[in-house]
Design a protein around this ligand. Structure first.
Ligand code: IFM
Length: 458
């Protein structure tokens, strides 16, 4: 058997990034509706109000997924479409929309994987303190119960929370994401309340759907010291604490990293953990979702320039890099997968996201020749093959994203899609990378991609 034979191939999007229709059929506002309306929060004042209009035209998304011949497709269900407000009432129109999407996937032979929280917290919960309150985790648990009862006949694969690092530290420290708070202690609290919500959600999913496969999607970064000095090594440890270990330790072991109190302060850590049983977060999972984007070279710096981690500087990234300056380093992908594999050897890994943001455009012939994404796919799938070869149990790969989306604070400028979205005209056009990904999927299925070798060109 070849390295990539057993991988299930997928792609992904999230509700707020593609749906639009934010005021339709009883959807209540989310923190991203509020945040995006703030002056300068998002490039050019873009919002998700219309996005790719998938709420009104889900077939565009479903047909794109089918065109790729995917095994599986990851989408998120928007809490604010399914639960109308504080009284917890279920919104039949929201349920009907997602049932239509899920049925459409199944009809096309594609297995859905549903994310339950992809950053669109209902605004009414933010008004009560959002992710700083354990009550938010309880409200989430209510939504999770509704979702599994309403959709459990169509969905067997569930992802509790997407990238709790980003929702905590970009939502509450850098302020780049909703709700746009800038306070470290609040960010730490938001991290632990989300982790607590994850543990509860897994228990609820298991109780309601014993045969479901359940995991979380964690973005993990690959970090390298700028030099061999003790100061640079300590800088890497600090970045690793905030970006990786806080989340890995809680979810895999039910522990708090030893250096968390020294870094955040004992008082802030105690406040963050108030009412939270960290051991209960490490409920057994069926897979760990890994979202891989970031490799950074880190050096100690005083006072530091990083927007999240104190006392460090991330060095400028060389070529090749993404449109927004993220390093293209497939070797980092291999390392991150192997780190998880060594840490939790029996736990399957699903790569729940991996992709590249580019300033894509349509040429005069109407096509999008995203050559950088084509070579990204070659490099990253070879890197994944290398990790599998060395023992990583990677069961699924979801390329981010299926189509261009509302890319959070980058608005519509930065594009990750395999399909180009002509937003005003609502057209969804396969980019060169879509054809290439389909070719790679076909080759992997037929065993034509061998361990660790670069996949063949389309
Ligand atoms: O678009 C996002 C996604 O919502 C979460 N992970 C990173 C992607 C690219 O920035």
């Amino acid at each position: 058997m070849n390295t990539l034979d057993a991988v299930r191939w997928g792609s992904a999007t999230a509700a707020y990034q593609v749906e639009g229709g934010v005021a339709d059929d009883g959807r209540c506002p989310s923190i991203w509706d509020t945040f995006a309306a703030r002056p300068k929060a998002v490039v050019r004042g873009d919002t998700g109000a219309v996005a790719a209009n998938i709420y009104h035209n889900p077939d565009a998304m479903l047909d794109a997924a089918a065109w790729l011949e995917l095994d599986t497709y990851r989408l998120s269900v928007a809490w604010c479409r399914v639960i109308t407000g504080p009284d917890g009432t279920t919104n039949p129109a929201g349920v009907a929309y997602y049932r239509r999407v899920l049925t459409g996937l199944l009809a096309r032979g594609i297995t859905p994987a549903v994310t339950l929280y992809h950053w669109d917290l209902p605004q009414w919960l933010q008004d009560r303190g959002g992710w700083t309150q354990v009550a938010t985790a309880e409200a989430f648990n209510h939504f999770v119960g509704v979702a599994v009862r309403e959709f459990g006949d169509l969905v067997g694969d569930w992802i509790t929370i997407n990238e709790p690092f980003c929702a905590a530290f970009h939502g509450h420290l850098s302020g780049l994401h909703a709700p746009g708070v800038q306070d470290e202690a609040t960010a730490l609290r938001a991290a632990y309340v989300q982790l607590h919500a994850h543990g509860h959600a897994v228990r609820t999913l298991r109780a309601e759907a014993p045969s479901a496969r359940v995991g979380m999607a964690m973005n993990l970064s690959d970090l390298e010291p700028a030099g061999p000095t003790a100061a640079d090594l300590a800088a890497v440890q600090r970045a690793d604490l905030v970006e990786n270990r806080l989340f890995l330790d809680a979810v895999l072991d039910g522990t708090v990293p030893d250096d968390a109190a020294a870094y955040f302060g004992a008082e802030a850590l105690a406040a963050a953990l108030d009412g939270i049983d960290v051991a209960a977060i490490a409920v057994p999972l069926d897979f760990l979702g890994v979202n891989y984007y970031e490799h950074n070279v880190v050096r100690a710096a005083s006072p530091g320039t990083d927007i999240v981690v104190r006392g460090i500087e991330k060095l400028p990234v060389g070529e090749p890099r993404s449109g927004n300056g993220v390093a293209v380093r497939p070797d980092g992908f291999t390392r991150v997968l192997l780190r998880v594999a060594r840490r939790a050897p029996d736990l399957p890994i699903w790569v729940t996201e991996n992709g590249i943001g580019l300033w894509d455009y349509l040429g005069p012939d109407g096509s999008c020749n995203d050559v950088e994404r084509v070579s990204f796919l070659d490099g990253y799938l070879a890197a994944m093959g290398n990790a599998i070869d060395q023992g990583a149990r990677v069961e699924a790969y979801f390329h981010w994203s299926l189509m261009d989306t509302f890319e959070w604070s980058f608005g519509y400028q930065l594009r990750y899609g395999l399909f180009y979205v002509d937003f005003p005209r609502g057209l969804v056009i396969p980019k060169a990378a879509a054809g290439h990904y389909r070719t790679l999927i076909r080759a992997a299925r037929s065993g034509a991609i061998d361990a660790g070798t670069a996949p063949p060109a389309a």
